[in-house]
Write a protein that binds this ligand. Structure first.
Ligand code: ADE
Length: 253
C-alpha cells in the first residue's frame, strides 16, 4: 500500500520507518512511504513556507503556494490517494478508520501542518477529510500522521510476525484486550492464572473473552453501550456483574 506525506520535517519520520513493524513492512514491500517537503517548492532565496495571518494575531500560517505544489507532486505520483489533513479540528481517528483504510486498500496522502495551521484554501481545494488523533494540540501533524501510519500499516496482512496478533488486539472486536502472561509461572508472590497453564483451549478462550469484557466494563463502559452481544458474552458479563455485586456486599459487611 502506498502512503504519501507532506511535511516540513521529513527527518521525524525516521522514527517510524527505520525500526519496528513499519520498517519491516516497508522491507517486505507491503508499504511504501514517500515524503514531500513544501520547502523544496519555494521560489524565494529564504525558502519561505509560512507567513503572518490575515487579521493579525500570534503565530504563522503555512503558505498556499509551496504546500500546493508539494501536494500536486504527491498527487501526480499517487492519483488515487485520499487527501487527509491531520488536525485537532478533524474527526476522531480510531481502529475502525484504520481497518477501513486497509480493507479498501485506500492510498493516503497525509498533510502534516506546522505553526498555527495551513491556509484554509488548501483545505478547501485539496483535503477530503481532516483527522484528529485526540483532544489535545500537538506542535505539528507529524506525530499524528505517524500514529495513523503505524495503526494502519500493522493491519496490512503479513506486516505482523504472527498472523493472528492483530486480530487479537484491543478494539479489533470492540473490546479492550485481556491480560497476558509469560514465564515464569510464579514471581514476587504472583502467579499465572491456572486456566492459562492448562491446555483447555476453549476454557482459555472463554477466560480471555471474560477478562476483556470485565476490563471494558470497568475502564470503557461506553464501548459496551452499543455492542451487539452474543449469548456467550451476555452470560460471561452476567457472571462478572454477579461477582462484582458479591464483592461489594462483602465490603459492606
Ligand atoms: N495536529 C496537532 N494536533 C493534532 C491532533 N490532536 N490530531 C491530529 N493532528 C494534529
Amino acid at each position: 500500500m502506498r502512503f504519501d506525506l507532506v511535511t516540513l520535517m521529513p527527518a521525524m519520520f525516521d522514527a517510524l520507518t527505520k525500526e519496528g513493524v513499519v520498517a519491516r513492512a516497508i522491507g517486505r514491500q507491503l508499504a511504501q512511504i514517500e515524503l514531500w517537503n513544501p520547502r523544496d517548492y519555494t521560489r524565494d532565496v529564504h525558502r519561505t513556507v509560512d507567513d503572518r495571518p490575515y487579521g493579525g494575531g500570534p503565530g504563522m500560517v503555512m503558505k498556499y503556494q509551496p504546500l500546493q505544489q508539494a501536494i500536486e507532486s504527491a498527487l501526480s505520483a499517487s492519483p488515487q490517494a485520499k487527501v487527509v489533513y491531520m488536525s485537532p479540528q478533524g474527526v476522531g481517528f480510531d481502529q475502525q478508520r484504520a481497518q477501513t483504510v486497509v480493507e479498501n486498500r485506500q492510498p493516503l496522502l497525509l498533510i502534516a501542518g506546522r505553526y498555527e495551521g495551513v491556509d484554509e484554501r488548501i483545505i478547501e481545494r485539496y483535503v477530503d477529510e481532516e483527522w484528529s488523533i485526540g483532544d489535545y494540540v500537538l506542535s505539528g501533524g507529524e506525530l499524528a500522521a505517524m500514529v495513523v501510519l503505524d495503526a494502519v500499516i500493522r493491519l496490512i496482512p503479513g506486516a505482523l510476525g504472527d498472523a493472528d496478533s492483530a486480530q487479537q488486539d484491543s478494539f479489533m472486536d470492540g473490546l479492550l484486550d485481556c491480560p497476558h502472561y509469560t514465564r515464569p509461572e510464579q514471581i514476587d508472590g504472583m502467579s499465572v492464572p491456572l486456566v492459562l497453564q492448562g491446555g483447555n483451549h476453549d476454557a482459555i478462550r472463554r477466560w480471555r473473552l471474560q477478562q476483556a469484557l470485565k476490563r471494558t466494563r470497568e475502564r470503557r463502559p461506553d464501548l459496551l453501550q452499543d455492542r451487539q452481544m452474543t449469548v456467550e458474552e451476555e452470560k460471561l458479563l452476567a457472571e462478572i456483574i454477579a461477582a462484582s455485586g458479591d464483592a461489594e456486599q462483602t465490603q459492606e459487611q
